[in-house]
Design a binder for this molecule. Sequence first.
Ligand code: GDP
Ligand code: ZN
Length: 462
Amino acid sequence: MGMDFDTIAAISTPPGEGGIGIVRISGDEAIEIADKLYSMGKKSLADQDTHTIHYGKVVNPKTGDIVDEVMVSVMRAPKTYTREDVVEINSHGGILVVNKVLQVVLNNGARLAEPGEFTKRAFLNGRIDLSQAEAVMDMIRAKTDRAMHVAVDQLDGQMARLIRDLRQKILDTLAQVEVNIDYPEYDDVEEMTSQLLEDKAREVKADIQKLLETAQQGKILREGLATAIIGRPNVGKSSLLNTLLRQDKAIVTDVAGTTRDVIEEYVNVKGVPLKLIDTAGIRETDDEVEKIGVDRSRQAIQQADLILLVFNQSEKLTAEDEALIEATEGQNRIILLNKTDLDQQLNVDKLSQLIANDPIVSTSMMTQAGMDELQDKIAELFFSGQTGERDATYVSNTRHIALLEEAEDALSEVLNGIALDMPVDLVQIDMRRAWDLLGEITGDSVQDELITKLFSQFCLGK
Ligand code: GDP
Ligand code: ZN
């Protein structure tokens, strides 16, 4: 089935994780190769039904040594990940043994797969389109459930469907333009054709813009919403950070940045991945807070997509509080009135005047009061009313965004051309370019080089 490829193999489970490891073999000779090393009495894998799993041993045919006890799945083309015959050897002996199994497989006729080669075959054999392949890549890196869902939606081909619809619209238009050009004897044909091009260019451009509007959110879903916790010393910034981290222990990860001392903490708030950026209040002891100073906070403020501005409501508003309000003006802010377990001293009316419309949440890091509301507010702010829905298609891939923008430009050129009364056969060149650019997203018009580059970014074994 599929195209004519050699048989490849790789370990398809992540290194060092879990007690079992899987060696995946794909290609015409997958079953034949597996049979050479599979041993379970007289049972041959070639005689087994598709999509069945078998207990047995992997034996090195040269030495007769038993490598491991295994479960072997046999999956025949075309209903497999690659659309080729696939055999998966599940071994439970840890990474060393899995490597030995792979070695025996390679010694018996398979070639070691390049990174991403299984997925590349799925693409080349027509099982998935390019945006789905990229979604697989995103999925491997997805940081939260919601990011995972975006990736999964793309995998469903939702993005590809939308793009194909747009391309179809353009193609229909171009076809109509061709027809019109072929019948120039009708008087108003030239005008009609321009009008058609203009309408369709506008329509498709608007659709592209809608897709691009979701791009920013998509990017954040992949990379995390850069969030700065800002406030004067002792208002409770570190306590807030710790509370957020504690409530989401499971996915907190330390990612070493470009320099050794830059640390990013990820925390999942109702499906929004926050990337807590290293600022005053994060990762420093309290006596260091003062030393960090305003400059450092300003830098953090500028980098932030979201600012959690913390006040101590058990004290009066200070000049430093007001300076921080000013410094964060115009950015996405949520105001925290912290220490509500203590008596109120802060004049909330006065504060409200200074901060206009930003949401205010009363919290206590002592009692955890307000934490739920805070998390709701964060999610609300981010999804602006879309919290909980996941049927929106987020464009989250940088390459997709760039291509959509280029296609949008090409359509603007169409509109310019028409406004300048340029001849239709010139204008339609830009229309055709938009069609090509959109096709690059789904891989319907894509160069070999790009494919190779893309798939080489995958993890080994995918
Ligand atoms: P930061 O300097 O802004 O990071 O403030 P910290 O989080 O280090 O908190 C300063 C002090 O205030 C610590 O002793 C915390 O235990 C205390 N604190 C923080 N939040 C609250 C709160 O909601 N209520 C009370 N009563 N104390 C708090
Ligand atoms: Zn602190």
